[in-house]
Design a binder for this molecule. Structure first.
Ligand SMILES: Cc1cc2nc3c(=O)[nH]c(=O)nc-3n(C[C@H](O)[C@H](O)[C@H](O)COP(=O)(O)O)c2cc1C
Ligand code: SF4
Ligand code: FES
Length: 706
């Protein structure tokens, strides 16, 4: 669809037809709002009446939804929209300085547009690029790691950028020489694209064609060794050999060195990929195919055990599928670690003609990107897992609720769904079994709380993402009040391997009640940030030093936040805790979705505590008072603690008040958003009390000038 110039008034006459067409789908409001914002750059206020009429809703209902989601705008943006990630992993790597630089350079604040109408500046909470932070997004393209100088270059290049980037090309450059026998893998996921992988692929393609080289390019996903990306791999008889990082400027030299003849002569030669210590010491099960295959090739997928689990599931009873998942010990990877088999059993046993499978792909935690990698690099695993879940509980339809920030994943998933359906792995009469299951992708709209399962269901139904009280559980009254399995991307992507290899195989990994493997995402201030999948039981210290290689800045590591923005800040004394759900709970921490954000000595934990409260205030759904009001008060009280004009006694009173407020939030909040925000705050206070005495120091200095 041709995009209009966003400075022209929108043609509202198109809207009723669009609403009539899209309004047939259940929960159509969000898809309609997305379509309008894609079309006009914003939601014209006058369109709200038309949408309300078309969907038989009140204006207040439509307006309520538009205003709930940060992504939707009701006034025209500038020609280009620049979003700066304001979350923790980016903060740990210079994000605050970048943010300040951007404001100064553009002369505007967040949510403002430059007077010439060129740029609108917006905050965003995590772009899934946390291994290469700080990150920004320009229109829809993610960039990072971003320095102030690189930001200036982005601004300088803006005139040549398309403000309405089209969808990704499906057939990216592939050498077609019939004699081309050597496969050259060039990665393609959000982070490798941010690092220049598309330009590298294009450069290689031109060189291969021009010189008639015996190479054929395959776009794989990323192996998750992001400090080596773009990492190229050549297929050899001994296995794949890797080179990296290879920038576009190094492409010509790469081809000139004829790496297929003399690989070790290339300065970026890394040896056999699987022997790189970061990969070699992992136990990749869920991520077994990631980075190895072309994500959209069904034959690649099948060649690496793809659809073996589905074929087995089709041959056994629903009860037997659920038993297998239960016995594997698989627990939800979205954060709460609830046993997956028990959840499925509840849905299986709840009688209803209609049931749903919902894949939670909202991945809003800062420092996490494993869901994104999985969807972009092995989408058929997610599709297969959801289909098995459908067969297990008797559901005919599934939704993938995908965060708006993941546009590349949206494209890959949409394409993968088409291909899976065309090959009868999905849709009507799956593999001739007479069973059916379909999947639809729905986009969120920039609300962290929509990762919480009940808020997500409200959002899928086209409403504000307000948390529902539990019970009833979604497994009994879920989407449109029907029994619903809601699972994280990684939980679902792990199911095929459980079915293919059996529960005992999977349960053999891990410790205690934490069975199997955990995909950990190393992020923030680390030299070697990337994805590490390993059996539960390793220590945090091993991950930081042996895998992570220490801090990126070279300054000692001071604090580590595990489990996203609701996770505790852990000092060095806690780094020998094994990665195990129960061991983490014992130290008032959580593994969550496996994100590990590292801060060096320059971090100020009072600022991080303040950010935790600010984030909660911004993202609270507003349903309950301890969270809605508590988070705002939390920011105020921290400001009071840090203020240099307080007396010592007033400051101590404020610290006591903050602890009291945290107790109230923990005890009185309806969901973990308000109930767990106190954990980063209290852990910062407990382990790093000196950071909260900064105001005291300034006040003392002022009273005793030298
Ligand atoms: C504030 C909040 C945000 C959450 N965000 C996510 C998320 O982005 N992705 C996710 O899978 N689970 C998230 N969860 C957990 C879900 O509520 C739910 O437990 C999960 O989707 C269940 O799937 P699982 O059992 O496979 O983990 C969040 C929970 C809370 C309280
Ligand atoms: S704790 Fe916060 S996010 Fe959760 S229901 Fe209450 S107001 Fe909503
Ligand atoms: S990209 Fe900034 S925290 Fe994830």
């Amino acid at each position: 669809m041709k995009q209009p110039d966003l400075h022209e008034p929108p043609n509202l006459a198109e809207i009723p037809a669009l609403v009539a067409e899209m309004g047939q789908r259940p929960g159509a409001l969000l898809p309609i709002l997305h379509a309008l914002q894609d079309r006009f750059g914003y939601i014209p206020k006058t369109s709200i009446v038309m949408i309300a009429q078309g969907l038989n809703l009140s204006r207040a209902e439509v307006h309520g939804v538009v205003s709930f989601y940060h992504f939707f705008r009701t006034s025209p943006p500038g020609r280009h929209v620049i979003q700066i990630c304001a979350s923790e992993s980016c903060q740990a790597t210079g994000g605050r300085a970048l943010e300040a630089h951007a404001r100064l350079r553009l002369g505007i604040d967040f949510h403002e547009t430059t007077p010439d109408g060129e740029v609108t500046l917006e905050p965003v909470y995590c772009l899934g690029n946390c291994a290469c932070s700080p990150a920004i997004r320009v229109n829809r393209a993610v960039h990072g790691p971003m320095s102030p100088q690189a930001f200036d270059q982005v601004l300088a290049d803006l005139p040549s950028r398309d403000p309405h980037p089209s969808a990704w090309e499906i057939d990216l450059p592939i050498a077609t020489d019939a004699d081309a026998v050597i496969k050259l893998y060039v990665p393609r996921d959000t982070t490798t694209i941010a690092l220049g992988a598309d330009e590298v692929a294009a450069g290689l393609h031109s060189g291969i064609v021009a010189q008639g080289l015996p190479l054929s390019i395959v776009r794989n996903g990323s192996r998750g060794l992001y400090w080596l990306e773009p990492m190229l791999e050549l297929e050899t008889d001994a296995g794949r050999i890797a080179f990296g990082p290879i920038q576009v400027a190094g492409v010509e030299a790469f081809l000139e060195s004829k790496p297929w003849l003399h690989p070790s002569k290339h300065p970026q030669y890394l040896g056999l990929t699987e022997d790189i210590p970061f990969l070699k010491h992992q136990q990749r099960l869920t991520f077994g195919r990631v980075g190895r295959i072309d994500p959209l090739s069904l034959s690649d997928y099948e060649a690496e055990e793809g659809f073996v689990g589905l074929r087995r599931a089709l041959s056994i009873s629903p009860e037997a599928i659920v038993r297998e998942v239960t016995e594997s010990g698989l627990r939800g990877r979205g954060g709460a670690a609830f046993p997956t088999g028990i959840k499925w059993q509840t849905v299986l046993e709840t009688p209803s003609a209609t049931k749903y499978i919902v894949c939670n792909a909202d991945e809003g935690d800062s420092g996490t990107y494993a869901d994104r990698m999985m969807m972009e690099s092995d989408p058929f695993a997610v599709i297969e897992g959801m289909t098995i879940a459908g067969l297990a509980v008797g559901a005919g339809h599934g939704y993938i609720y995908l965060r708006e920030e993941y546009r590349h994943a949206q494209w890959v998933l949409s394409e993968a769904l088409k291909r899976a359906e065309a090959a009868q792995f999905l849709g009507q009469n799956i593999l001739g079994s007479g069973q059916s299951f379909s999947i639809e992708v729905r986009l969120g709209a920039g609300a962290y709380i929509c990762g919480e399962e009940t808020a997500l269901l409200e959002s899928l139904e086209g409403k504000r993402g307000m948390v529902r009280p539990k019970p009833p559980l979604p497994a009994i009254h879920g989407l449109w009040q029907q029994p619903t399995v809601i699972n994280n991307v990684l939980t679902l992507a792990t199911v095929p391997i459980v079915l293919a290899r059996g529960s005992a195989f999977y349960a053999d990994f891990g410790v205690g009640r934490s069975r199997g493997t955990l995909p950990i995402q190393l992020a923030g201030n680390l030299k070697q940030a990337g994805l590490v999948e390993i059996g539960f039981g390793q220590t945090l210290r091993t991950l930081l030093t042996e895998f992570g290689g220490g801090s990126r800045s070279g300054i000692a590591i001071r604090a580590v936040q595990v489990g996203g923005p609701l996770g505790a800040f852990l000092p060095a004394s806690a780094w020998d805790t094994p990665l195990d759900y129960e061991a983490f709970a014992r130290i008032d921490a959580m593994l969550g979705h496996g994100g590990i954000v590292v801060f060096d000595e320059t971090v100020d934990l009072s600022e991080q505590a303040r950010f935790a409260m600010t984030f909660c205030a911004v993202e609270s759904c507003g349903k309950c008072t301890p969270c809605r009001i508590g988070a705002v008060r939390g920011v105020e009280v921290i400001d009071k603690i840090m203020s240099p004009v307080q007396t010592q006694a007033a400051r101590q009173d404020a610290v006591d008040l903050l602890k009291d407020l945290c107790d109230t939030m923990i005890a009185g909040s309806l969901c973990a958003m308000g109930g767990m925000t106190p954990y980063p705050v209290l852990s910062a206070l407990e382990h790093f009390p000196e950071d909260f005495r900064r105001g005291e120091v300034i006040a003392t200095d002022a009273m005793n000038p030298s």
